[in-house]
Design a binder for this molecule. Structure first.
Ligand code: AR6
Ligand code: MG
Length: 308
């Protein structure tokens, strides 16, 4: 039970630490390992962005409702955004928030964007609380991942990207970090879960790419952009190619360039769920903005889960 608690905390703090570190280097190209380390040392505070801000909203709403409530989650996102709109939100969510405030239904507004909804990675980046909370219930997890995505990301690829990231967190939560990590089994589990061909193909590419030393090749095949299909599989790759070390997985994610905060946040969510909170370097955790609040949310989520 203590191990599960550590995984809940690891996934939420892993999201925040990955996001905050990655945000310092967003848009840079292919920085090397030492540059990422040096930058982390220089900061006195690791400040997170919309990825973590929205994951906080997901956790707050799950806790308040002891499970998923779409309207409540949408209103939680809106309330948080109004307090801290400067977190670096993508263009879509604030437009949707305005529509919902104007009377649009929480589960309809997002369909109006980009002619059929967004396939940005915004609903996958915030999914860690759902991944851990529903880790032992794949059908419930899929349903809640889709419904939570629908608030801002209604496109099928956006919804499935969120579900894939949630299920990666769930499998990592369910896996024993003291047994040897079997990437083929992990990827097969994801492949059996996800339905969309685009993601199935990317999972096959991940398996082929394990051990690849050329980062350009990894980015070419998996992507490093803001689209869910060009970032969720990349985060999964960062984890499965560095399963034993939170630090190595996250630094590698950032070193790929592109949408570094979100890819590092998603990598951190999976790695933290697998290895637990102890695996996140203390020197990073202690500099994280609002660390205690985020830990407290993870703790409360875990307590609700434990009560059943
Ligand atoms: N067709 C064309 N372009 C699209 C489509 C579509 N159906 N869907 C999304 N895009 P958005 P997010 C493009 O606005 O996912 C922050 O920095 C379009 O260019 O839904 O929440 C976070 O930290 C659109 O502007 O926002 C993440 O890094 C973009 O995808 C990222 O932004 C983003 O989609 C998340 O953004
Ligand atoms: Mg961000």
């Amino acid at each position: 039970m203590e191990a599960l608690r550590s995984k809940f905390l690891g996934s939420l703090l892993g999201t925040a630490v990955g996001d905050a570190l990655g945000a310092s280097l967003e848009g840079w190209h292919m920085v090397d390992y030492n540059e990422v380390q040096a930058l982390a040392e220089k900061r006195s505070l690791l400040i997170y962005t919309d990825d973590t801000h929205m994951a906080i909203g997901v956790a707050e709403s799950l806790i308040e409702n002891k499970g998923f409530n779409g309207e409540h989650m949408a209103n939680t996102f809106i309330g948080n955004y109004d307090l801290e709109p400067y977190r670096g939100y993508g263009p879509g969510p604030p437009r949707i928030f305005r529509m919902i405030k104007g009377g649009e239904a929480w589960d309809k507004a997002a369909e109006k964007l980009y002619g059929g909804g967004s396939y940005g990675n915004g609903s996958a980046m915030r999914i860690a609380p759902i991944g851990v909370f529903y880790y032992d219930n794949p059908d419930g997890l899929r349903e809640v991942a889709y419904e939570s995505s629908r608030i801002t990301h209604a496109h099928e690829l956006g919804k499935q990207g969120a579900a894939l990231q949630a299920y990666a967190v769930a499998l990592a939560t369910a896996s024993d970090p003291f047994s040897p990590f079997k990437s083929a089994d992990f990827l097969r589990g994801l492949g059996n879960f996800i339905q969309h061909e685009v993601y199935k193909e990317k999972l096959k590419s991940i398996e082929r790419l394990i051990g690849e030393e050329d980062k350009a090749r990894v980015v070419l095949e998996l992507g490093n952009g803001i689209e869910a299909f060009n970032s969720v599989p990349t985060a999964i790759y960062c984890f499965v190619s560095h399963p034993r070390s939170f630090e190595e997985a996250v630094v590698y994610a950032i070193s790929l360039g592109g949408d570094t905060d979100t890819i590092a946040a998603m990598t951190g969510a999976i790695s933290g769920a697998y290895l637990g909170i102890e695996s996140i370097p203390e020197r990073w955790k202690e500099k994280l903005e609002n660390r205690l609040y985020i830990e407290g949310l993870a703790e409360r989520l875990w307590r609700i889960k434990r009560q059943g």
